[in-house]
Design a protein around this ligand. Structure first.
Ligand code: NAD
Length: 346
């Protein structure tokens, strides 16, 4: 297949690009290269004849149309987005423009291209979304594909809006769409403003490890390379018009996750005192969702997909990767806002 991947210089998009090329697909990576992007994430495929990079902004319809016309993709995997909840609290405008208007542009450009090509039935527009659109769970229950939307942050509201657009473009125009809603990802190339890299980097520096509130919020963590594999499975075998929840089957409280990371660091990079001594509770994020959990039944039974690594295995690999790739994350620490507390202006 020839895949147009948006956001392929980001954390998850780059994992999709690397795996798709490894599977023999041609990949066109469309990315605006915002603060969250890093072309080193795709350096391993940069010289591959299967890979092409197009720097473009999904808010620029003319540029997106040109890329469709130039490359004539068989499918779109749309990951480009503003993705950090804390930044969405301080500055929601970029989230509305990229996540909603940008997705609208992608859908319209895809629809125009698909119509010009004679509406091929095997064309796909795969929209990659988050479980955060479903809001917050109590101590029990899981999100299914039928769970009503109840987003609580500007980020999740903007993703929810984009999901609705995708659904409407399928119902109204017949565009063959796929939608997937995934839980929290972690792994190599995770941008150093997100929880897991922040914990590793602060622990290595001997600085306080910030934990929002009491750290009792529960997340269902998925190793990023498993997510990339799930996304390509959905693309290949999913039913158009259908949505798929993707989870890690790894629910854990933030505070317990931080302790797990500290234990890995204690064994791989011992310090004078246990790294967990650095844990510091800080003011909670406004509107912080208590718990997310994915019911993975549909993707497991219909597509035969499940994650390949446990949280313990994935965390060990991740901590090892950050230890081995210090130059990668050090270069990103000077980017706008990284290393400072964001998201407390509400
Ligand atoms: P990321 O922030 O690491 O990467 C986003 C990429 O999109 C960057 O390379 C950036 O340059 C690009 N981008 C941003 N605005 C753009 C624009 N206007 N035009 C073109 N490119 C633009 O994000 P991520 O964590 O890799 O997430 C990718 C997708 O997966 C997002 O849609 C996100 O909502 C979704 N998702 C993320 C998670 C998670 O845990 N990180 C979980 C579920 C779903």
């Amino acid at each position: 297949m020839k895949l147009l991947v948006t956001g392929g210089a980001g954390f998850i998009g780059s994992a999709v690009v690397r795996l798709a090329v490894a599977q023999g697909h041609r990949v066109i990576n469309l990315d605006a290269l915002t603060y969250a992007a890093c072309l080193e994430n795709v350096a391993s495929v940069a010289g591959d004849p299967l890979y092409t990079f197009e720097q473009a902004d999904i808010r620029d319809r003319t540029a997106v149309d040109r890329i469709f016309a130039t490359h004539a993709p068989d499918a779109v995997m749309h990951l480009a987005a503003e993705s950090h909840v804390d930044r969405s609290i301080d500055g929601p405008a970029d989230f509305i423009e990229t996540n909603i208007t940008g997705t609208f542009n992608m859908l319209e450009a895809a629809r125009a291209f698909w119509a010009t090509a004679g509406k091929p039935a095997d064309f796909r527009f795969h929209h990659i979304s988050t479980d955060e659109v479903f809001g917050s769970l109590g101590p029990t229950g899981q999100f299914t594909e039928a769970t009503p939307y109840a987003p609580n942050s500007p980020y999740s509201a903007s993703k929810a809006a984009s999901d609705h657009l995708v659904r409407a473009w399928a119902e109204t125009y017949g565009l063959p769409v796929l939608l997937s809603n995934c839980s929290n990802n972690y792994g190599p190339y995770h941008f150093p403003e997100k929880l897991i890299p922040v914990v590793i980097i602060n622990a290595l520096a001997g600085r306080p490890i910030p934990v929002y509130g009491q750290g009792k919020n529960v997340r269902d963590w998925l190793y990023v390379e498993d997510h990339a594999d799930a996304l390509l499975t959905v693309l290949r075998t999913g039913t158009p018009g259908r949505s798929y929840n993707i989870g890690g089957e790894n629910e854990v409280r933030n505070i317990d996750l931080v302790h797990m990371i500290c234990a890995h660091l204690d064994s791989m990079r011992p310090a004078a005192r246990p790294h967990a001594n650095l844990i510091t509770h800080v003011t909670d994020r406004p509107g912080h969702d208590a718990r997310y959990a994915i019911d993975p039944a549909r993707i497991r039974t219909e597509l035969g997909w499940r994650p390949s690594v446990t949280l313990e295995q994935g965390l060990e690999r991740t901590v090892r990767w950050y230890l081995d790739n210090e130059a990668w994350w050090r270069a990103l620490l000077s980017r706008n806002g990284v290393g400072t507390r964001l998201g407390n202006t509400a």
